[in-house]
Design a protein around this ligand. Structure first.
Ligand code: TEU
Ligand code: CA
Length: 544
């Protein structure tokens, strides 16, 4: 694979509302991020992905944009944004922005003009005189009647997020202008929100009935999308030293390669969701018990399928997912299990993504009732579940406590003070009460913390190219307790062994440790010890 900074680096995702409040209004902001640049630097990360900071009515916390050329005053000003870009660049950290162009806000001037059929905005969105039986990702219908225009419009997310009509070349020109605007101001790339949904089947046919997401056969990876992305690539991205990562829902490795294959490169990498189904049925509200084997099966499939032809993005958390230690590890053995998960993931081939708070193994929010949640998806799903699916409120709340996106959006835990050092006033979303013992300050003081462990992994990735580029091969593939694999290049072989579960297990005899040196472990152990404690992880290395 061609070497590139986007492959060799590590991304840190910032959810600006919850990272650091600088002006004491309870909302994180750009100056807050600027204050924390030394912290980002000390982690060793090389890229920041900023969730949306554009002008927005905040129906979906910034994923509903009303002006792509303005910064939301909650976050600061355009000057603050340019200052952030410059100050990150000064310490060699690149920055990618969130590009949300499947939809805009209904308060965007394009939509308002489209409603009134003012040229050339008449066909900027999808309008229809009839309903199409498509379902929204947030529960409920995706086609809503607009009184003023007298037609239905499409919104795959909330009613306040109308989908843009990409068949219209004028829409595509506007998107290119947005990208150019930010790239020419120094931004180093984009995370492209739900990018595999932008193209809809010609004629917008009625959806087939399914229990959830009716109509998805008409907008997932629709063939015309490739032309649109090639246009963006050729007219904009190829002119800059930037990279793109597409958020692609319900995608298989082969479909992913249709975007990211090294000979295609419409996008540089994608976020796939398959491994997120290790504790659910492909949709976060249909929960099943976590099985490590499902996680392994999925991740290892992506490792094998993309090797030499594509590039993986390695993530377990983001602003849409509950905390990984709650889902795939154990809150009782929090630190060791979080380290185990990081070892399992960040020694694979691909670019690592760390979501804010994951580096100290933050846990799900300690919410107690629906009113404490802010997230639109959470609120809508409660309504949908209780009203349309006739599930009991208790059952819905159980799902919400487990899977709500707000679990990952609670304020960053910097120290033990009342609002965790995030703010001096009451934050927009409840601070987790465990911040008195679980915070950055303590993690920095404790040499055995998860924070120091992940820093160490980042250092190792910089030192050993085999971790970035080496081939991947499964070991003990069908074993339910161990996730183990080899990474190999011409000079070095790494053996990664991660043991999952709460009971100790012996390493099967087929795995030989002879000649290996221990490179990293989350537990002090005797050399050649073959017994693995709960969530013990080790990385061995050998020169060839
Ligand atoms: O998410 C798209 C998506 O399909 C999900 O992850 C979704 O948020 C939901 O949790 C499905 O159950 C992206 C953004 O990451 C998300 O924050 C936005 O709400 C959404 O698009 C709409 O822009
Ligand atoms: Ca603020």
């Amino acid at each position: 694979m061609n070497p590139h900074w986007s492959k060799e680096g590590v991304v840190y995702q910032i959810y600006p509302r919850s990272f650091q409040d600088s002006n004491q209004d309870g909302i994180g902001d750009l100056q807050g991020i600027i204050q924390r640049i030394p912290y980002l630097q000390s982690l060793g990360i090389t890229m920041v992905w900023l969730s949306p900071v554009y002008q927005s009515p905040n129906d979906d916390n910034g994923y509903d944009i009303s002006d792509y050329y303005a910064i939301h005053p909650d976050f600061g000003s355009m000057e603050d944004m340019l200052e952030l870009i410059q100050k990150l660049h000064e310490v060699n950290i690149r920055i990618i922005m969130d590009l949300v162009v499947n939809h805009t806000s209904d308060e965007h001037v394009w939509f308002q003009k489209s409603v009134q059929k003012i040229s050339p905005y008449d066909q900027f969105y999808h309008w229809s005189p009839v309903k199409k039986n498509w379902g929204s990702f947030f529960g409920g219908e995706a086609w809503t009647f607009h009184k003023e225009r007298g037609e239905y419009y499409l919104h795959l997310f909330s009613k306040k997020q109308p989908d843009l009509n990409w068949t219209n070349p004028l829409v595509r020109e506007e998107v290119k202008r947005i990208c150019d605007f930010w790239l020419s101001r120094g931004v180093d790339g984009f995370r492209c929100d739900v990018i595999n949904l932008i193209s809809k089947r010609e004629g917008l046919p009625k959806g087939r009935w399914t229990p959830i997401l009716c109509g998805k056969e008409h907008y997932l990876n629709e063939p015309k999308i490739h032309g649109y992305l090639q246009e963006l690539r050729d007219d904009v991205f190829s002119k800059y030293d930037c990279f793109t990562v597409g958020e692609t829902v319900f995608i298989t490795p082969d479909q992913a390669l249709s975007y990211i294959h090294k000979d295609i490169r419409e996008l540089d990498m994608v976020f796939q969701f398959e491994h997120m189904a290790s504790d659910q049925w492909g949709v976060k509200w249909f929960i099943r018990p976590f099985r490590m084997k499902r996680l392994k099966k999925s991740l290892s499939k992506w490792q094998r399928r993309l090797d030499q032809v594509g590039w993986n993005s390695l993530y377990l958390e983001n602003h849409d997912q509950a905390r990984s230690v709650n889902r795939f590890g154990s809150v009782d053995i929090r630190e060791r299990s979080a380290k185990c998960l990081m070892t399992m993931l960040y020694f694979q081939q691909g670019t690592p993504y760390i979501y804010q708070g994951q580096e100290i193994a933050m846990t799900n929010g300690d919410f107690t009732k629906l009113e404490e949640f802010q997230d639109i998806e959470t609120k809508n799903i409660f309504q949908f579940g209780t009203k349309s699916l006739h599930l009991s409120p208790k059952r819905m709340m159980k799902k919400i406590f487990y899977a709500s996106r707000d679990n990952a959006r609670t304020p960053m835990q910097w120290d033990e003070t009342e609002y965790a050092g995030f703010s001096r006033v009451k934050p927009w979303l409840k601070v987790n009460s465990n911040h008195s013992t679980l915070n950055v300050k303590q993690s920095l003081e404790d040499p055995d913390s998860v924070l120091h462990y992940v820093k160490n992994i980042i250092e190792l990735r910089k030192k050993h190219p085999v971790i970035v580029y080496g081939r991947y091969e499964d070991v003990l593939y069908s074993n339910p307790h161990f996730y183990s694999y080899l990474r190999e290049d011409d000079t070095t072989r790494l053996l990664v062994i991660c043991h999952f579960g709460k009971k100790p297990h012996r390493l099967p005899k087929t795995v030989l440790l002879d000649g290996y040196q221990l490179l990293l472990t989350n537990h002090d152990l005797q050399p050649n010890e073959r017994l693995f404690l709960p969530y013990e992880a080790r990385v061995y290395s050998k020169k060839k």
